[in-house]
Design a protein around this ligand. Structure first.
Ligand code: SAJ
Length: 426
């Protein structure tokens, strides 16, 4: 057991490095700083570092007020990775996207590890927060470290999946969400339990790192499959002239055995469309089926196509179409994997397409910049042959949209309690 590390954690003199200041790393930094630890932030993005230094948040779901408070305990390093040597706990929160052929891309993690390895010393702890497939933490970190240190005795390797729900106005803090933790050895787990036990209200110990890695994927595959089910039932019920949202609202009255998911234009984000495929990846390696997951992905992608075809069947070519919302879900400024991108890229071949998203001024369609309408005067909606509600931001004025639009393709059940011939649910 790393006594020196554990003592520093106990008296809060441990220095905490967070590598990757995205929606996970920055939320963690603010939460850990609040527990009175000195936090060192590392990120290669100069713009992001400069914004944070000016007490400004680079992410709309983390307030600048939080950044201002954080800066009291925050030392920012613009990729000055040598500082890692002075840190006792090293948290890695870097992206783990998919490659072009849908395989997990752990290159960010591997590059980071290569850069920090020379500065690793005894009595440090690495905590991986990024979403990975079962076995990846050991595969990436253990081999070289086991040559340099004795894992569990004078160096700790841990994994703890992030549970941040971007954009949700939560009535609770990040520290209130139970934190799954795991370690390569019992001593690793004890050190992590000691540390995260001071940060989070509840910690849940997994027996192995692989269980924790799988738990994260299971949580998100559960969502992807259920959203896929809701989307497919939308298409089935739509054929019968039944509004699936009425069905779901009725089903929700069942106080047990039912969890509501809403159909949409497909799924976006860096979790739900991506994480479940990490299970497919390992399932293939073990030669077992995981076709629930592949089917969900297929159905969610087909749903976006179905929405596009619905629009094409109801709007004459070369007409003007306005799309509300580029973000992958409401009230956030993130458009990664957003269905809106696919909808625009397919429609712009046949129509004059514009989008409006107050959170996102510019997106890229087939690597071409696509600008949002700067300002929207709702009266001008009558100049469009059709409008599409792709993201149901709370800031949109749905009464005015209904009043001034000719046809509304509503993919988010935004007008649930209103009936109008103008609305095409899709
Ligand atoms: N979506 C639907 N119908 C639903 C729920 C979501 O179509 O009923 C769509 C959203 O519009 C979006 C996509 O699915 O395009 C993903 O939505 P999400 O609510 O799952 O949001 P994410 O991707 O930000 O997921 C994260 C996850 N958090 C972590 O991985 C730590 C997820 O586990 C959370 O449940 C989710 O946030 C959350 O609750 O906000």
């Amino acid at each position: 057991m790393s006594k020196q590390l554990n003592d520093k954690i106990k008296n809060k003199s441990a220095k905490i490095a967070i590598i990757g200041l995205g929606y996970v790393g920055l939320e963690l930094a603010t939460t850990i700083a609040k527990s009175q630890f000195q936090v060192y932030g590392f990120d290669k993005n100069k713009d992001k570092i400069n914004l944070i230094k000016k007490n400004k948040s680079p992410i709309n779901t983390i307030s600048s007020k939080k950044i201002k408070l954080l800066n009291k305990k925050f030392i920012l390093n613009l990729g000055n990775i040598k500082q890692i040597y002075n840190c006792d706990v090293i948290i890695i929160a870097l992206p783990t996207p998919l490659t072009k052929n849908d395989k997990p891309d752990i290159s960010y993690l591997k590059n980071c590890y290569k850069n920090i390895f020379p500065y690793l010393r005894q009595d440090q702890m690495i905590i991986l927060e990024s979403t990975v497939y079962p076995g990846a933490t050991t595969e990436i970190f253990s081999k070289e470290i086991a040559k340099k240190f004795i894992i569990g005795k004078n160096f700790n390797i841990c994994f703890s999946p992030e549970r941040i729900s971007p954009g949700k106005k939560l009535s609770y803090e990040y520290r209130d969400i139970p934190k799954i933790i795991s370690g390569k050895t019992k001593d690793c787990l004890n050190s992590l339990s000691l540390f995260y036990g001071k940060i989070f209200k509840t910690i849940y110990k997994c027996k192995t790192i692989e269980i924790a890695e799988f738990t994260k994927l299971y949580e998100n595959a559960f969502r992807a499959v259920n959203i896929g089910f809701a989307n497919q039932m939308k298409i089935v019920s739509n054929k019968m002239g039944i509004n699936i949202s009425e069905v779901i609202n009725a089903a929700k009255t069942k106080p047990f055995g039912f969890t509501p998911f809403n159909p949409g234009p497909g799924v976006g984000g860096h979790c739900i469309p991506i994480d479940p495929l990490f299970i497919s990846y390992v399932a293939k390696k073990y030669n077992v089926k995981s076709n629930f997951i592949e089917l969900a992905r297929k159905v969610n992608l087909e749903t976006t196509e179905w929405v596009i075809n619905k629009i094409k069947r109801n709007i004459n070519k070369n007409s003007k179409i306005l799309i509300f919302g580029a973000a992958y879900k409401k009230n956030i400024d993130d458009w990664r994997e957003s269905p809106t991108v696919k909808i625009i890229s397919k429609l712009e071949k046949f129509y004059n397409v514009t989008y409006y998203d107050p959170y996102i001024s510019e997106i890229f369609i087939n690597s071409k910049p696509f600008l949002s309408l700067k300002k929207l005067n709702y009266i001008n909606l009558k100049n469009y042959s059709g409008i599409v509600i792709a993201t149901d931001h709370d800031c949109f004025d749905y009464n005015k949209i209904l009043k001034y639009s000719k046809i509304i393709f509503d993919t988010r059940n935004s007008f649930s309690n209103k009936f109008s011939e103008k609305i095409i649910n899709c």
